[in-house]
Ligand binder design. Structure first.
Ligand code: NAD
Length: 484
């Protein structure tokens, strides 16, 4: 498949099962959220196709697990190089189907590719142990083996990186994979898979099942006994549903779910740095990021100054089609996303919040929402408990450190948190008190392939990235060697 074929308008695009690019009997439209235009018609596959994809992954897995790690590393490296070479084409596909500005899409290609590079290197270090036994006639041998066939279900907000974060460690560990991308962003996934094929990754190691009916495909992926691990990134309700489905065959699971990130600014913070971090952590991808700040908690002494600086910056954020130069905020993914942001704004205003800028659909109309700052937000407002997933900065005021920590933890979620302070004792106190899987301390951007990404509480299970992310795709086998 020529990568640019998928962006040349109205093309039919096939999914990948084993060695076959399959169009299926039906296709569905993938549209550009910036203008509603149909970009491509993509294979709309169902449960039969999914069963075949699982069979292809199982078959190829028997060989792939035996491929020497140095060869696996070389193949992953080749895939990485091709992804980087095609940065511009991949970014363009992503902007067309997802809406994010081109510079962000290019950034995602590089970020997503970094997982392929990292796990390609790391696959040489899937190590076991030999250790003393309970008496002198025995030794203990611990082997790390691939889990087997993996299923990955991924969201639309990071159409490339959410796939490589699962697929690269799976392949590195010796697993094969069936990927079900989000229905609105299948093209990036298919382009990635075609590059993997070009890199020489054998047929059946990566399969991509595209569909407009996720429950049908998801049912197979969560219940088929040949699949030994389901790795899901998406909303908490869907994650809980899949988790319960996986129980019937006791699959390993990784669940990267929703968040409700607090961003605490203490009186002693560097305010300019805090505002810079706030813009990055709130408005990236138009606020449609699971680690996006949802609640700004600002101490009384700097509350007014922070609001003034933040609002000043937010007013300058340029909204528009992601393909246009200089655009910082693209469209939201669909009409429902726009309605949710508006509902959070309206609920806040009705309960006494103050609007400092934005607050409504942008003058461009459609799925564009004006970047918004809402002050004097309180815990009874919707935005305090629900992930907005849009360009709304909701700002709460607090008096003491204890109050801030209590407010921050007052949520069933525990994905990412941020805080700004220049007091090192407070850094340790706050870091240890926050019930979150990831914390940005004087830092608004925390995602990297070098660190374990993931949440606690209802934000999920498991970690992605770093050596911990590779362990997730392995099983331990222990052998007791006797008669020594
Ligand atoms: P979603 O749960 O609606 O969809 C995610 C994926 O699940 C998509 O591929 C979708 O097709 C599929 N899906 C939906 N219903 C299904 C079903 N019944 N069976 C099987 N699959 C099904 O979420 P979304 O709207 O695409 O993504 C936004 C959410 O994802 C937010 O809550 C965000 O916080 C979360 N997210 C989390 C992380 C993380 O790493 N923790 C990263 C990105 C996004």
């Amino acid at each position: 498949m020529n990568l640019l074929d998928v962006v040349s308008g109205g093309k039919k695009v096939a999914a990948l099962i084993g060695s076959e690019w399959r169009l299926g009997n039906q296709q569905y439209n993938v549209t550009n959220p910036a203008n509603g235009e149909v970009i491509a018609q993509v294979a709309d596959l169902g449960s039969e196709d999914t069963l075949e994809a699982v069979a292809a992954a199982e078959k190829s897995g028997k060989e792939w697990r035996k491929v020497p790690v140095k060869q696996r590393a070389r193949l992953l490296r080749r895939w990485y190089d091709l992804v980087i070479e095609e940065t511009d084409a991949l970014a363009q596909i992503m902007t067309l189907e997802q809406g994010k500005p081109l510079h962000e899409a290019r950034g995602e290609v590089v970020y997503g590719a970094s997982f392929i590079e990292y796990f390609g290197e790391e696959c040489k270090r899937v190590l076991g142990d030999v250790s003393p036994g309970p008496d002198s006639s025995k030794r203990i041998l611990v082997l790390r083996e691939p889990v087997g066939v993996v299923a990955a279900i991924t969201p639309w907000n990071f159409p490339l990186a959410m796939i490589t974060r699962k697929c690269a460690p799976a392949l590195a560990a010796g697993c094969t994979i069936v990927i079900k991308p989000a229905e609105s962003t299948p093209l990036t996934a298919l382009a990635l898979a075609s590059l993997a094929q070009k890199a020489g990754i054998p047929d059946g190691v990566i399969n991509v099942v595209t569909c407009s009916r996720p429950a049908e495909v998801g049912d197979v992926l969560s219940t088929d006994s040949r699949i030994r691990k389901l790795s899901f990134t998406g909303s908490t309700p869907v994650g809980k549903h899949l988790l319960s489905r996986c129980a019937s065959t006791v699959k390993k699971t990784a669940m990267e779910l929703g968040g409700n990130a607090p961003f605490i600014v203490f009186d002693d913070a560097n305010l300019d740095a805090a505002v810079e971090g706030a813009i990055a952590s709130k408005f990236r991808n138009a606020g449609q990021t699971c680690v996006c700040t949802n609640r700004f908690l600002v101490q009384a002494g700097v509350y007014d100054a922070f609001l003034e600086k933040l609002t000043d910056k937010v007013r300058q954020l340029r909204v528009g089609n992601g393909l246009d130069e200089g655009v910082f905020i693209g469209p939201l993914i669909n009409a429902a996303a726009v309605e949710k942001v508006q509902a959070h704004v309206n609920d806040g205003l009705m309960k006494g919040a103050r609007l400092l800028c934005g607050g409504k659909v942008h003058e461009l109309g459609g799925h564009f929402f004006a970047p918004t700052v809402l002050a004097d937000v309180t815990v009874d407002m919707l935005v305090a408990s629900e992930e907005t997933f849009g360009p709304l900065a909701a700002v709460f005021k607090f008096e003491s450190e204890a109050e801030a920590v209590e407010m921050a933890n007052q949520t069933p979620f525990g994905l990412a948190a941020y805080f700004y302070t220049n007091n090192y004792r407070r850094i340790f106190r706050t870091l240890e008190a926050l019930e979150y899987g990831m914390v940005g301390v004087n830092e608004g951007l925390i995602s990297t392939e070098l660190a374990p990404f993931g949440g606690i509480k209802e934000s999920g299970l498991g970690r992605e990235g770093s050596r911990y992310g590779l362990e997730e795709f392995t099983e331990l086998k222990y052998a007791c060697l006797g008669g020594i």
